[in-house]
Design a protein around this ligand. Structure first.
Ligand code: FHN
Length: 417
């Protein structure tokens, strides 16, 4: 069996992925927790099941958008907490093939993204508000438990676990090579062996030995001896860990920050608070500068289309990566301390300076006295001069640094790098 280091090599190279949250919740269009948050009854929510037609779902268009954005892998929700399956599971009737859509949306997704050379990941919710044998999570997560009759309904949680394990097996045996299994999420005492996690991971690894698994089955991925189910990468959410992620011995652990493009994972018709392309680029640079990945989320609408705003930002980010991708793909943390004016990413002996605050005059590279052989503007190859300004000796030796002037090129103000 491959080691975590072998399995994650492509993941650490590719750095930038697309997260897609899509399902019935796009119809009420108030985010993916709408059923839980508004404590909708099963009957109320089933109205969306009978209406869902995915009439404009075109995964080839999604895959083109991801390709143009420079995203090298993708993760699609195959089942979110509402229990609705976007794939043709034989274990439930609550699935896309039984809706007016009448399609296996996951099959079309994996085919379309693979055709664009994009690695395919599958998100699968451990929580399931639809399954009768799933216990409630707080007062929100299982709306059916809100009514008196449901509260006393006896559940057989092992029957739910057999269902959950069975669906994971369906996903990993019937949709070709899957690159990432993205579980979501453990909480309170619902963690680890409560999911029969060791059994599940052994099954997964027996079917797809090289697949990556996230750390949300539980366990302690940073421990010296992590549990078998602790996962291959850490998955901070809506945050970039200040110092990256290391284990108890200080060794870097693969990690991926999953972050929404606006304020919601699932489609929200009133959410216009989209991050700018510059914010996305700087978030991506920060992740890579700390040895991490960025999984950027988009929530398509009820018909299956990404919003105009999402496509616009993805396109701009892709253009930046087209010109500057060498400073992201295959890069990671630099041994140099973070400079005052921006961030470093590094690949072997190639140092990439992401200049955010140009200040005045030359840019100072602390600790690199005499070590900079040449400097080029990544965007267009322009030569940049490595030269000390007058009196530099007076103040640069303290830090043993060197200077680069940008006289050879004017950086575009909107996207410095
Ligand atoms: O509850 C989910 C949420 O809806 C979303 O899927 C995020 C994405 O990582 N995960 C859970 C919250 O941590």
């Amino acid at each position: 069996m491959s080691t975590r280091e072998e399995r994650t090599r492509w993941f650490l190279r590719d750095r930038f992925g697309l997260f897609i949250h899509w399902g019935l919740y796009a119809i009420p269009a108030r985010g993916e927790w709408v059923r839980g948050n508004e404590r909708m009854s099963r009957e109320h929510y089933l109205r969306y099941f009978h209406e869902f037609d995915a009439s404009r779902y075109d995964p080839k268009a999604w895959a083109r958008a991801a390709k143009q954005a420079g995203q090298k892998y993708a993760v699609l929700t195959t089942k979110h907490h509402d229990g609705f399956c976007l794939f043709d599971s034989k274990l439930t009737d609550f699935k896309a093939t039984n809706t007016p859509a009448g399609r296996d949306l996951v099959r079309e997704y994996v085919d379309a993204f693979r055709a664009e050379g994009i690695a395919v990941g599958l998100y699968y919710s451990l929580i399931d508000w639809h399954h009768d044998d799933y216990p409630g999570y707080g007062d929100k997560a299982h709306p059916d438990r809100d009514n008196e009759a449901a509260k006393d309904k006896p559940i057989q949680f092992d029957r739910y676990l057999d269902y959950m394990h069975g669906q994971v097996e369906e996903l990993l045996t019937q949709y070709g090579k899957i690159d990432i299994m993205w579980f979501d999420f453990s909480y309170d005492n619902m963690t680890g062996e409560k999911w029969r996690a060791t059994e599940l991971v052994r099954k997964i690894r027996s079917i797809q030995p090289d697949i990556l698994i996230d750390n949300r089955l539980g366990g302690h991925i940073r421990a010296a001896e992590p549990e078998e189910y602790a996962g291959d990468f850490f998955s901070p959410e809506q945050i970039i860990p200040p110092g990256g992620i290391v284990d108890v011995n200080g060794r870097s652990i693969p990690w991926e920050a999953c972050i929404t493009l606006n304020d919601n994972w699932g489609y929200h018709s009133e959410d216009r608070n989209y991050k700018s392309a510059k914010q996305v680029v700087r978030t991506m640079v920060e992740c890579v500068s700390k040895n991490g990945n960025l999984l950027l989320n988009v929530g398509p609408d009820a018909k299956g289309e990404m919003t105009r705003e999402s496509l616009s930002v993805l396109g701009e980010v892709g253009e930046w990566l087209r010109l500057n991708g060498d400073s992201i793909y295959g890069c990671g943390i630099s041994e140099l301390a973070k400079p005052e004016w921006g961030r470093y990413t590094q690949k072997g002996n190639l140092l990439y300076a992401h200049v955010y605050d140009r200040g005045i005059g030359p840019i100072y590279f602390q600790g690199l006295k005499g070590k900079i052989k040449k400097a080029r503007l990544l965007r267009d190859g322009t030569e940049l001069k490595v030269e000390a300004p007058w009196m530099a000796e007076e103040y640069s030796d303290v830090a043993g640094g060197d200077f680069i002037t940008l006289k050879g090129a004017e950086l575009p103000d909107d996207m410095d790098t």
